[in-house]
Design a protein. Structure first.
Length: 236
């Protein structure tokens, strides 16, 4: 009951006057499948927290354009293994970003030994966007270190879940599976300006996520859909 009341309270917050001011609803989906060991997980979780906490990302969120950014973060692995790290949160102040950073940094992993069901993760993300705030742009940012090995492919998710007006970008963590970048490039990007960023191992996750967040939050379109490795970072 307490959680239900909390969700209702959160829904009321973004269902009011804030709705008209939302410029971006962003869902971050982090891979915690069996290929992500404990050390990798900490690099990924802490890397995301550090990326959100960077001055350049805070500036992009708070002063990059009129309106606020709404953020939702979850971890995913198998068909039914999705765990919320941060429920819908309006990032309209440094204090709000501080709370988001703390929630990510303090999150405890609950799934470890499940396969990689990217289609299911995308379907889940689309549902959260459909239930979330109405914003000018809707973006899903899905990261992973492996190709889909359980359930349907992203194309099926795009066909059967509510993806109208939604852009999907990918973040590939390279290292264990040489084919993962090609898989993401062929199956994941969706919508105008969509792209795939990459990290050279989990040690590079913070840098890759920072580049990706900066581009997504600012609505930047750099060239055609595809590999974003040529995008400049840090911004000049």
């Amino acid at each position: 009951m307490i959680r239900a009341l909390g969700l209702l309270t959160g829904a009321a917050l973004w269902a009011g006057s804030a709705l008209a001011e939302c410029r971006l609803a962003l869902v971050l989906a982090l891979d915690v499948s069996a290929s992500v060991d404990g050390a990798d997980y900490r690099l990924q979780r802490d890397g995301l927290a550090a990326a959100l906490d960077q001055d350049v990302i805070r500036t992009a969120i708070l002063r990059g354009a009129p309106g606020h950014v709404a953020l939702y973060i979850f971890e995913w692995s198998g068909r039914y293994q999705q765990d919320v790290m941060l429920d819908w949160t309006v990032l309209d102040s440094d204090a709000a970003i501080d709370r988001a950073v703390a929630a990510v940094a303090g999150h405890k992993r609950i799934y470890k030994e499940f396969p990689t069901a990217i289609g299911y993760a995308l379907g889940y993300a689309a549902g959260r966007l459909a239930d979330g705030p109405r914003c000018d742009r809707k973006v899903i940012d899905i990261s992973g270190d492996g190709a889909n090995n359980e359930g349907f492919l992203p194309e099926s998710a795009y066909e059967h879940f509510p993806f109208a007006g939604v852009t999907v970008n990918g973040l590939v963590v390279q290292g264990r599976e040489p084919e993962v970048l090609d898989f993401y490039l062929r199956h994941v990007p969706r919508g105008p300006g969509s792209f795939v960023e990459y990290a050279d191992g989990f040690e590079d996750f913070e840098n890759a996520m920072s580049r990706k967040l900066f581009r997504e939050i600012n609505g930047m379109v750099v060239g055609d859909m595809g590999d974003a490795r040529g995008s400049a970072w840090p911004p000049g």
